[in-house]
Design a protein around this ligand. Structure first.
Ligand SMILES: NC(=O)c1ccc[n+]([C@@H]2O[C@H](COP(=O)([O-])OP(=O)(O)OC[C@H]3O[C@@H](n4cnc5c(N)ncnc54)[C@H](OP(=O)(O)O)[C@@H]3O)[C@@H](O)[C@H]2O)c1
Length: 318
């Protein structure tokens, strides 16, 4: 049996008054749980949601807490929406102390984002890539500040699929679409980008991390099975399966945001436990732990991914 890794409770006593965070996908699952904890500690959290009404409904119980929430529209499947969101944030705020790139989709049917990117690569990686790049100046102004890029153990492969970045066919236009493999590719891109970002930001006081948040009972699996099967029917086996609540699923991101020693590990991969790691030695997780995918540490792949992403989101020439 693998134990859920939890934050040192002292981290939750920290006063975050005056700190501004953005959490994407804050209306459900681990994004909501992360938002709740930061607001309880006095932070102002911009809840970046695809559906504003869902964000308002999900966070309304937080009014009266020490901190505050501001729900803003962000569709990561639209570069125009990302640019609009970043522009509005910059109009209102001069500093950012943390960005949690949490939103995600998993194993979607084959599809394209508004800009023609394969859905999972577009939403999970490219949307967050543009968002992060556009907000770097605010994060530098807020330094010491932190960027947490939520990935998955799938970045190392899942369900017998390996995880790689196919630069010749990122969007499955030449090869047959495989929903799980496309999820793995998008989540690997996130881990590689976080490490590259940390190197670029070395010395600026802005640190970056990637995480596997754990197997969380949430809506993420809706394209694989009806959520009630996982969230109700399989619930009695949660411990055995390492399946956890959204609150537990937020622990790894909160540790990266709040732990005093974390900046010394900028660029590293932090993992909750995970039964689905192919190798037994990885299943206990680790804060931080070495990624089982060697591509995570390939600097040439990282540079190529960075240049390709810049070009795809239209940032190549500044
Ligand atoms: N659940 C797990 O077992 C697990 C395991 C490993 C990694 N993760 C990762 O953890 C993160 C959080 O997942 P979760 O389990 O908390 O799932 P969740 O409850 O389904 O939350 C996903 C969030 O992402 C948002 N989202 C989806 N598409 C978006 C878009 N185009 N633009 C903006 N937001 C969008 C969703 O908004 P809507 O409600 O509007 O769709 C929702 O708020 C994801 O990155 C996921 O890949 C989860």
């Amino acid at each position: 049996m693998y134990k859920t890794i939890r934050c040192d409770p002292k981290l939750f006593d920290k006063d975050l008054s005056g700190h501004v965070y953005i959490v994407t996908g804050a209306n459900s699952g681990s994004g909501l749980a992360t938002t709740e904890q930061l607001v309880r500690q006095g932070a102002h959290v911009i809840a970046a949601c695809r559906r504003v009404s869902a964000g308002q409904e999900a966070t309304k119980h937080l009014s009266g807490q020490k901190g505050s929430v501001e729900v803003m529209e962000l569709d990561l499947g639209s570069l125009a929406s990302v640019r609009r969101f970043a522009g509005l944030v910059k109009d209102k705020h001069q500093q950012l102390h943390g960005l949690v790139n949490n939103a995600g989709v998993m194993s979607t049917p084959q599809g394209k984002t508004e800009d023609g990117f394969e859905t999972q690569f577009g939403v999970n990686h490219l949307g967050h890539f543009l968002l992060t790049e556009l907000l770097l100046d605010l994060l530098r102004s807020g330094a010491p500040s932190r960027i947490v890029c939520v990935s998955s153990l799938a970045h190392a492969g899942m369900q017998k699929r390996s995880a790689t970045i196919d630069f010749d066919d990122l969007f499955y236009e030449k090869r047959k679409y495989d929903a799980v493999e496309a999820y793995c590719q998008s989540k690997l891109a996130i881990v590689i980008y976080a490490r590259h970002l940390a190197k670029r930001l070395d010395g600026t006081g802005v640190s970056a991390f990637s995480t596997h948040p754990g197997w969380i009972r949430s809506n993420l699996i809706k394209h694989t099975m009806p959520p009630w099967i996982q969230n109700i029917l399989m619930r009695p086996f949660s411990g055995m399966l390492t399946m956890m609540s959204a609150e537990d699923g937020a622990q790894t991101q909160l540790h990266c945001l709040l732990d005093d020693d974390a900046p010394a590990h900028s660029g590293e991969y932090y993992s909750q436990n995970g039964l689905l790691y192919p190798n037994k030695e990885n299943r206990a997780g680790g804060w931080p732990m070495r990624s089982p995918n060697p591509l995570t540490y390939d600097d040439e792949v990282a540079e190529r991914l960075f240049e390709t992403s810049l070009e795809l989101v239209g940032l190549k020439n500044g």
